[in-house]
Design a protein around this ligand. Structure first.
Ligand code: SF4
Length: 791
């Protein structure tokens, strides 16, 4: 794409990108308008093509050159007989609701293709036809214009000129960046031994375009040890972008610190680093809607974007405060400025959902732009659970019934029918929890009807943005996972106490077309929403993803490489199987930098913390805590599998051994309370902090030296026994084999090892880990604990 020689550089740009850059003007408008899915888009295109003459040419590859710019793309269709070039857009709703600036963009694309084909075929003039095809009816609305070739060429050249200065700057930046990265020195002088092993593995995996699972202990410098080799590989592998994805906010801070150091070590500081944050964090007007009629920062967004973009690329270090400063200076929205800057950043730091969620902007843009993208995923042991949540959805009966009075009359029969199906199914099930092998057909039909009714309403009321819209997001989200229901998912209904409604997902999808007249089939139930439930009871329908690999497999294939790293990642097969990583994914287990004798790992051989033994073993358990504390006074963390267990153990310790100072994590701890909990771990302090395994203090907490000298871990971290857990276990056993422990032992022991990892934070630290259950002696349990632990 680029050359370091200023006189010989060439920049290749797609027709779409060229037009977006040069022709997008006016307001930002993110109001929800039902849009066609990509499948509907293809169907619409096929319908149009089927109506054209046999000689109709489709998907025409076209390209042209202007100065240093090479412009290329594929035109939708050309009918040589009538000399007509067509751009086909599948839409939902009337053509009139397409915003003016989007229509202008469509014309710009069509004109650009027109210039390319006219030059290619020596045409004197051309009929341009913008074909809007309705996704439901496949009716065409065609806007036509005949344009002479010189006019098309002039518009094309003007567009190229408008982009060329930017392209020159980008080509220069890329060349300078790659040259600087090729000689990037390690910012801390020497790589540490474990860090070097990790860095070499990342470099090798990137060089071969493979994925890597890297289990690397705390204290070796994983953040720099992964970023540095990837940046060094960037020029030779011609990477367009690096994504550093985190599962928790703390990882982002460490990544930015490391990137700051690397950037300072880069000659000329040629590295643009962008931090992506959630919309709620960046929005300046949370009560307003994202369009020019409501939000002042959306008004004229695309008119002011070019100047803001120029300032942003000059600034290069684009953390949230820099994005906010630049955006407000230019009077535009900081959040959407960040989205635009994705195109021009070299390194993007964001949450894993930006890469793995179906709406993840980083991955989706990379696919659309054909970027070579390499990812680093920090604290990757969380990815299975995070990804499961991205491909799962729920809907409560209460939310359907709450929506009814707010819904317009024509929509109510569909809502009632859905409520009825939910209530009837839940009322008929013998137990509170019921799993289904397939989504019950009547329920699936009812959901589809609701989405059709809501979709039709939203088409006619595109400006609406209230609770009905939120509810639509929920039902669309459910529809999306229902459409992809398979071996990787579970469907269940649960009767239980009513709770607050879950937040709706950020981005909606369009509904499927359904015949609403079907609703008239049920006149006897016109006002019926199904059997009443006892007060305070609700029904929750869930479609849960259990194996996210079913969705992520394609994502990993679309990346140049991905390195997933964590202190507790193994076993490798668990990650490969559940995340859908490619067969050739490499694995490295970096040895701990600590001498094994620095950590005394003890097993309470006579203790059982099984649920049925917990009450009886409480005295023995707190005796272990008190004896350790007495023999080695200092600060300890004691981890329990639930708040209930934690409370009982803390109360028993207070009763039996009142002289041991203690403090506890509580159920709803705010930021200040969390800080106060950790502040009690002062150097050379004394006491035991009670915390929940897998909770806020079990990972990402750094208490070096004598701030923490030991940890007690009760239970094996197994998920509580429940009908749902039983379903998950059965499904994973059926898919991967019963002896792997994928449903319980593996995730449970990951939590244990994470919690134990709080104790040694540097090579000079020494400490104790007490494993409070005799099952830790079992070989299958021992096999999943770090090999260097001396039990
Ligand atoms: S400031 Fe908030 S409301 Fe305005 S466009 Fe940005 S995200 Fe939307």
């Amino acid at each position: 794409m680029t050359s370091p020689e200023p006189s010989s550089w060439t920049y290749t740009v797609s027709v779409r990108s060229l037009c977006e850059f040069t022709a997008k003007r006016g307001d930002l408008d993110r109001r929800f308008t039902p849009s066609a899915t990509s499948l509907e888009g293809q169907a619409g295109q096929m319908a149009v093509i089927a109506r054209r003459s046999p000689g109709y040419e489709t998907e025409l590859p076209l390209q042209g050159q202007h100065g240093h710019l090479r412009v290329r793309g594929r035109a939708d269709g050309f009918e040589a007989d009538v000399n007509r070039l067509e751009e086909i857009k599948t839409i939902r709703g009337p053509v009139e609701i397409i915003p003016e600036n989007r229509r202008a963009l469509h014309w710009a694309q069509l004109e650009t293709y027109g210039a390319l084909i006219a030059a290619d075929r020596g045409l004197a003039e051309l009929e341009l036809a913008l074909v809007y095809v309705d996704a439901d009816t496949q009716h065409e609305t065609v806007l036509r214009e005949t344009v002479a070739a010189p006019a098309l060429q002039a518009a094309f050249e003007a567009r190229c000129r408008a982009f060329e200065a930017w392209a020159a700057q980008e080509a220069g930046h890329r060349a300078a960046r790659d040259e600087a990265l090729a000689q990037l020195p390690f910012p801390l002088g020497e790589l540490r031994p474990g860090q070097r092993l990790l860095a070499e593995a990342v470099y090798r995996a990137t060089a071969h375009g493979r994925c890597l699972l890297a289990q690397a202990p705390t204290g070796i410098g994983k953040t720099l040890g992964t970023l540095y080799p990837l940046l060094r590989a960037m020029p030779s592998r011609q990477l367009d972008k690096i994504g550093y994805m985190t599962c928790k906010g703390t990882g982002r801070i460490m990544a930015l610190d490391a990137l700051q150091a690397l950037r300072e070590a880069t000659p000329g500081r040629h590295l643009r680093v962008l931090t992506l944050v959630a919309k709620e964090q960046a929005c300046e007007h949370p009560t307003l809607a994202c369009h020019g009629d409501a939000c002042p920062l959306a008004r004229g967004f695309y008119d002011r974007l070019p100047a803001a973009r120029e300032e942003a690329v000059r600034t290069a270090w684009l953390d949230p405060s820099a994005q906010r400063r630049i955006a407000l200076q230019h009077g535009i929205c900081p959040y959407y400025l960040g989205q635009e800057l994705l195109r021009w950043a070299d390194v993007v730091v964001g949450d894993v959902h930006h890469a793995f969620d179906p709406h993840g902007q980083l991955f989706n843009l990379a696919q659309a732009q054909d970027w070579r993208l390499a990812l680093l995923v920090d604290e990757a042991h969380n990815l299975v659970d995070r990804a499961r949540a991205m491909y799962s959805a729920t809907l409560s009966l209460q939310s359907v019934r709450d929506t009814l009075p707010q819904a317009p009359k024509p929509m109510r029969p569909a809502l009632r029918r859905l409520a009825r199906e939910l209530a009837t199914l839940a009322g008929a099930q013998p137990a509170a929890y019921q799993a289904f092998a397939e989504v019950p057909e009547a329920l699936a039909d009812a959901l589809q009807l609701v989405n059709a009714a809501l979709g039709e309403h939203m088409q006619n009321h595109p400006l609406e943005n209230g609770p009905l819209m939120q509810f639509y997001f929920e039902t669309l989200s459910l529809q999306r996972v229902l459409d992809k229901f398979g071996e990787h998912s579970l469907c269940d209904l649960e009767r239980g106490p009513a709770t607050a409604r879950a937040a709706a997902p950020a981005e909606p999808r369009a509904a499927l077309p359904v015949n609403l007249s079907l609703l008239d089939d049920d006149p006897d139930h016109a006002e019926d929403t199904g059997p009443a439930l006892p007060d305070g009871t609700d029904v929750l329908l869930s479609i849960r993803n259990i194996v996210p690999g079913a969705f992520l497999r394609q994502r990993f294939e679309g990346l140049h490489s991905a390195t997933l790293f964590s202190a507790t990642l193994g076993p490798a097969d668990y990650q490969r199987d559940l995340l859908g990583l490619p067969e050739d994914t490499a694995w490295i287990d970096v040895p701990a930098p600590f001498p094994p004798e620095h950590l005394s790992v003890r097993v309470a051989d006579r203790l059982s913390t099984r649920y049925e033994h917990r009450e009886a073993s409480l005295d023995a358990l707190v005796a272990v805590l008190a004896r350790q504390f007495e023999e080695h006074p200092g600060n300890y963390l004691a981890f329990f599998s639930s708040f209930d267990y934690l409370d009982k153990a803390a109360a028993r310790l207070a009763r039996r051994h009142p002289s041991v100072p203690q403090w506890s994590q509580s159920r709803a701890m705010g930021e200040a309370a969390r800080r106060a909990f950790l502040d009690r771990f002062v150097p050379d302090g004394r006491g035991i902090g009670f915390a929940v395994l897998g909770g806020a203090f079990a990972e990402g907490v750094d208490l070096p030296g004598t701030r923490l000298i030991g940890a007690f871990i009760a239970t094996l971290g197994l998920p509580p026994v429940s009908p749902l857990q039983e379903q998950v276990r059965e499904r994973l056993d059926a898919m991967f084999g019963a002896d792997h422990g994928y449903a319980d032992l593996v995730p449970g022991l990951q939590k244990v090892v994470q919690a134990a990892g709080r104790v040694l934070r540097s090579v000079d630290d020494r400490g104790w880990v007490w494993l409070l259950d005799r099952r830790y002696r079992r070989p299958e349990v021992r096999a999943l604990l770090p090999a260097w632990w001396q039990l």
